[in-house]
Design a binder for this molecule. Structure first.
Ligand code: URA
Length: 213
């Protein structure tokens, strides 16, 4: 089996596991919603949790927020199938309430497996819940549109498309921020791996964050 087929086979297994899993949210939703897209993508978009439309179709970001995301992706030259789109929680919370920390924890292994397989150049965090999962000390109002590197992974936070649908100011910011992604992808290619001296001079538990954009 070649590398591409192997990657797809591993992703298919993760998808199957997401579809078959039982969690505390499963009884209240129609179906779980696995991530979808290219397992070779340099870009992974991480949202919060499925909403009504995603729950009905079993696919991430297919409602109004998803349509906006598709449009934003096209504005920077990507089709939806070129990237990988997923959520921190794979099952719809009742009435679209915020996912609880234990629900995020229940689904964490799926996200870990997706990211370990894809090894994206850039993880795009859509909204404050995805941000809190990866960069818990940051605030979305402060760090949207800026890239942060933590342990050799680069993250880029954006306002959630659903928030932008409700607030024209956020929409303008989101449209401006997303345009930085192609520039950032080029910059990442030029970036050396985190200097060894970081590890030598800082305590190992300390997170090294660095603003790139
Ligand atoms: N909002 C999210 O965070 N994820 C989806 O899949 C849809 C809407």
């Amino acid at each position: 089996m070649n590398l591409t087929n192997n990657r797809q086979a591993i992703l298919d297994q993760i998808t199957k596991d997401v579809k078959e899993h039982q969690c505390s949210l499963r009884a209240g939703c129609i179906q779980s919603v696995p991530g979808e897209g290219s397992p070779k993508s340099a870009l992974v978009f991480v949202g919060e949790a499925p909403g009504r439309y995603e729950d009905a179709q079993g696919r991430p970001f297919v409602g109004p927020a998803g349509k906006l995301l598709d449009k934003l992706l096209l504005s920077i030259g990507f089709k939806r199938e070129d990237v990988y789109i997923t959520n921190i929680v794979k099952c719809r919370p009742p009435d679209n309430r915020d996912p609880k920390p234990d629900e995020v924890a229940e689904h964490a292994d799926f996200l870990r497996r997706e990211l370990e397989l894809i090894k994206p150049k850039l993880i795009v965090l859509l909204g404050r819940h995805a941000l809190a999962k990866f960069l818990p000390d940051e605030k979305i109002s402060n760090c949207h549109g800026k890239a942060k590197r933590k342990a050799n992974q680069v993250y880029f936070a954006l306002y959630h498309p659903a928030a932008a649908l409700h607030n024209p100011n956020f929409l303008q910011i989101l449209e401006d921020d997303i345009k930085k992604i192609p520039i950032l992808l080029k910059k990442i290619d030029e970036l050396p791996l985190q200097a060894k001296t970081d590890k030598q001079t800082k305590p190992p538990e300390k997170i090294v964050q660095e603003t790139l954009l």
